[in-house]
Design a protein around this ligand. Structure first.
Ligand code: ADE
Ligand code: ZN
Length: 317
């Protein structure tokens, strides 16, 4: 059995996946041809802004409900083939090109995702992403929007885009709104900014942290993460492509696990980084020297740390 087949068969939750960038490459090529636009370069981004530009192009391709429905169906089918029993997909409904309003976007996306998940056997929940560069009004609005759909498939709010100059603490009010609605809070922190942003996120009482890998640079922050049991949703290939880590061999994941920090593995933006969630497990074993037993524990952690209902977790663990 290949390592890929072994890790595809391992039940896992995928907790760090941006919906638009989970598009299949064939689908991207077809839609670019239909729209008469050039296929964007993949996997190499001279800087974070150019990465976000590529991401924006994917958002622009999703300009009809039919395309959104096809994306959701393919994402759930791919998740099932990857051994994903619970998927938390992140999306920015305000940016949807297929709908006039964010409310209309969620009214379509949530039931369509739930239906695709049922057909493919993948429990799923939406993380409504707050664009950290878009200011406090947007952050509050996004949190209120997420709150409105709290019992219809939204499980949490996230916080995305460039951390530098946009600290996590600026979203405190939005996080309070989400929490009051019973939602989880899972910001990106400690990706492009340092360990102080991981500490700031912990001070806000977040449920998990997306990335968080910069914590490895501060033993006190590592200790705090381990003590609190806060799960980091780590995406090694993303970190290497975006220059957050120098190489897979030098990635901090082994150090995080050694320090007792709970970690899940995710793909972040598989189309844009060229690796899916199963690849991340294979690379963790083959390039980072993490043992299969430890990776089985990572997969268990991912399920435990997800917002999936107890019966989904019980069936998978
Ligand atoms: N949005 C999509 N991918 C992201 C990343 N790696 N960091 C911040 N925002 C993102
Ligand atoms: Zn991300």
């Amino acid at each position: 059995m290949t390592a890929r087949a072994r890790y595809a068969a391992l039940p896992k939750a995928h907790l760090h996946l941006h919906l638009e960038a989970a598009m299949r490459e064939d689908t991207l090529r077809q839609w670019c041809a239909e729209d008469g636009i050039a296929v964007p370069p993949l996997v190499h981004y001279p800087d974070f802004t150019q990465f976000l530009d590529a991401y924006g192009l994917l958002i622009g391709l999703l300009h009809t409900p039919e395309r959104v429905a096809r994306l959701l169906d393919e994402v759930m089918a791919d998740a099932a083939a990857q051994g994903v029993v619970a998927l938390e997909y992140a999306s920015i409904p305000e940016k949807s090109a297929a709908f006039d309003t964010a409310v209309e976007a969620l009214e379509f996306i949530l039931p369509t995702a739930a239906d695709a998940g049922r057909r493919h056997g993948v429990w799923n929940g939406a993380i409504v992403s707050i664009d950290r560069g878009a200011g406090p009004d947007h952050a509050r609005e996004a949190a209120r929007l997420a709150a409105r759909f709290a019992d219809q498939g939204v499980v949490a709010v996230g916080l995305v885009a460039d951390e530098r100059g946009n600290p996590v603490a600026a979203a405190a009010e939005a996080f309070r709104i989400a929490r009051e609605a019973g939602l989880g809070v899972v910001p990106h922190a400690g990706e492009l900014a340092g360990p102080e942003e991981v500490r700031a996120a912990l001070d806000l009482g977040v449920d998990r942290i997306q990335h968080g890998v910069q914590a490895a640079r501060d033993p006190a922050v590592l200790e705090l993460l381990a003590e609190r049991g806060t799960c980091l949703d780590v995406c090694p290939t993303s970190n290497v492509v975006l220059g957050v880590a120098p190489s897979l061999e030098e990635h901090p994941l082994p150090a995080l696990l050694d320090a007792g920090v709970r970690c899940s593995l995710g793909a972040d933006d598989p189309l844009l980084f060229g690796a899916d969630v199963v690849d991340e497990y294979v690379l963790a074993e083959e390039r980072m020297g993490i043992t299969p037993a430890r990776l089985t524990k990572v997969a268990r952690t991912s399920i435990e740390a997800s917002f999936a209902p107890a019966e989904v977790k019980r069936a998978a663990l």
